[in-house]
Design a protein around this ligand. Sequence first.
Ligand code: UDX
Length: 429
Amino acid sequence: DRRERQVAVFGAGYIGLVTGACLADLGNRVVVRDIDTERVRILQAGDVPFHEPGLGDMIARNKERLTFTLDLDETLRDAEVAYVCVDTPPSASGDADLSKVWSVVRSLAGAAHLRAVVMKSTVPVGTGARARAALDNAGLTATAYASNPEFTAEGRAVSDFMNPDRIVIGADDPAAAALIAALHEGINAPVVTTDVRSAEMVKLASNALLATKISFANEIATLCENTGADAMEVLSAVGLDHRLGPHFLRPGIGWGGSCFPKDSEALRQLASNTGFHPMLLSAVIDVNNIQKRRVIQKLKDVLGDLAGREIALLGMAFKPGTDDMREAPSTVLASRLQAEGASVRCWDPLAQPGEVEPWVSATRYASPEKALDGADAAVVVTEWPQLRDVDWARAAATMRRPVLFDGRNLLDPAQMRGLGFTYLSVGRP
Ligand code: UDX
């Protein structure tokens, strides 16, 4: 039977906590370290500092094998493998800011008993080579280095981790790759072992292709609007081709979140740094930027000048099922509306007021109905399922003007028009 392996996880954010909890659930002994006192206190008290389905339960049932600490020595004492799971936000130059990564790597000095240091954070291709040099400088010459990117989506992170399409391990030593694969014993998925640079690139290329599919769907949706075709019909038929697949072809108001915007920009920057302009990737990013702004133009086409108008944004999180506001299209819509002189109202069942960008002043309402009451127009920004259950007939009566832009094609056009709405959506006639 399998030996309990000792893992140190640096960073108790989305990735670190999901990685730590899942590795513990697979039978490993895991210590998660963070430098944020409040975050560690919350975790030690048995709470989870953000919304992620299944994570709290998983942490609770692995109490014996999963601990949280501020203490570096405690984290490293028995560790065989150290996972780096810190955030790598964009820096002023557009390159990923790796300062937290380097600070973790520096903190490993003296832990020469580590068999492997594993990068889970999304980093530019080539980071592994720099990390290798830093580890050598820190005296960890016998410790292997590996890249083991994550492909988990928020809201499904626990089940994505436990049921992945593949596990990618890029290591500078085959024994380390085998050790990392062994940590995942119990997961039924192909393990792809490769070199460090290729593993780093797999993560960036995967996210870029997913973002490309969405931008493509958004561009086709605009073409459908201009030609009278129905984008939902078109894209669902396109997606039936098994070479293309049905996923990530939903048109909407653009992609957001903690990964796609940051990773696509970082990949573009990486390309520029090698003297290469990535034309397709750049267009994918441009299409996404324009997609958010088109909403404002469409509202103007109906309402005229937006100055003094009350506009309700329904859904603020970048997608349903999460409270995450990072790069949420809602923040762009809210600030663009404000720049046009409109007053912004908003509703979201999970996202917290403080997480709306501080420069956006939107009045928050406890229900969609309240946000709609007296509004000149509303935009479905996030496809929260509860928006299907709104009493839209009543909303049409309580709104100052029944204008609805359904940015996620959530509602039925004929039904909404039947209720008296001026109903706009994405790519549907
Ligand atoms: C994504 C990737 O799915 C994941 O593999 C990676 O590790 C991190 O980035 P996440 O950001 O959590 O995960 O969200 P995801 O569900 O993939 O959606 C990303 C964005 O694309 C959202 O803003 C969503 O609304 C948008 N989207 C998605 C569309 O507009 N249309 C689609 O068809 C799919």
